[in-house]
Write a protein that binds this ligand. Sequence first.
Ligand code: ARG
Length: 460
Amino acid sequence: MKLWGGRFETGPSEVFERFSGSLHFDKRLIEVDIRGSEAFARALERVGILTPGERSLIIEAFEQILAESRGATFFDGASDEDVHTLVIRKLKERAGPVADKIHTGRSRNEQVSLDMRLWLREECDRVRVLIGELAESLLNLAERYRDAVIPGYTHLRRAQAVLWPHYLLAYFEMLARDSERFAEARKRANVMPLGSGALAGSGFPFDREAIARDLGFVAVSRNSMDVSADRDFVLDFLYAAAAAMLHLSRLAEDWILYSSEEFGWMELGDAVTSGSSLMPQKKNPDSLELIRGKCGRVVGCLNALLVTMKGLPLTYNRDMQEDKEPLFDAADQLSASLEMARVVADSVKLNAALPKQAAAESWVVATDLAEALSRSGVPFHQAHQIVGRLVLESLKRGKKPAEWTAEELAEFAPEFGTTMVRLLDPVEGMKSREIPGGTGPAAVAKALVEARARLVQMRV
Ligand code: ARG
């Protein structure tokens, strides 16, 4: 069955049917397609195209189709052009000739926009739950090692000491922004397009506000040509997905490094690592590598749709059917990666002694010393020079920071006096960073409490 055909003398070639059919991927929209069509049947009743009896016959048939569609074999052997066509065919089979009225004043162009919007609304909610769960796992991991100290890096060179929870809270912030982006993507999708017709507006006086209320939309689209031509709301979701994957890929990269023999800071659980078929000693971080790898794939999905949409003439073009596979793939990979990252985070054991030692052995305290000198009246540039010379001298003598005594320091540069020696312990310098957003222990404790409270908001 086709939803068109009158003006054609022959049917489509088998090659073209195979090439253009979208049922194998848009069948995912069946539930939202039926929900949208049920609302549309009610709209048709309100404009007098369907009698109340016809409407109820149609809705009943739709409900049966919906129930049937959850069965494992529902789509077997179906050769319909797309999910919309399949649903109408099933409607005809069940409800008879009255089904012929269901497309009155409605185009698949607006229908597919409606379906995608309904699907995206739910998907944004699902993703935000997964983001919240991962964020919670990161907070748990922070609290398991509340006092652990690690060297923070710039340029992958040890920079300044930070608390382990402070490091994890950086990822919490990224996830909080991701959650906001999905809330925003949901808002963009939450606009009701029906009534737009193919591109020019429907020829029937539908009460568009009533359809919006029926389907829980907060707004009605304002321009029919825009509806037919627009996939911005899909791009918004894909950008949010790409940004979230990017964050996960950076977390994955950090932990692949931190769990390596070279770092040795953390142990990933056996349950999230794999062995080698040849090298018996190996315990590889495949879960994290796959998260990092899938980021490339999801960025590709965003890129694919951007390039598909570029330069398309208004309004609808069949090119736009190419939106679905990248969207569904990105959504699947993102959900799977968020879930995987949570399980990895729950499995992490930190060997807190090693990062602590890494911090103590390097000159992550250099900035603390320079700032202390500066607070005692030495202009910062001079303080920087003094500490720079101290570091150089230490390297030449093979001396660790903790190996300097107060007397030696005062002898090296009288500006140090006898009290600054305590700053050679990285933990001491952190206490000067109690500024909001800093790694001072009190600031971090407060940030952790606030983050717990923010978890709740992340889901609403
Ligand atoms: N399968 C199409 C899509 O996903 C539905 C719209 C078809 N409209 C059309 N005029 N061919 O974009």
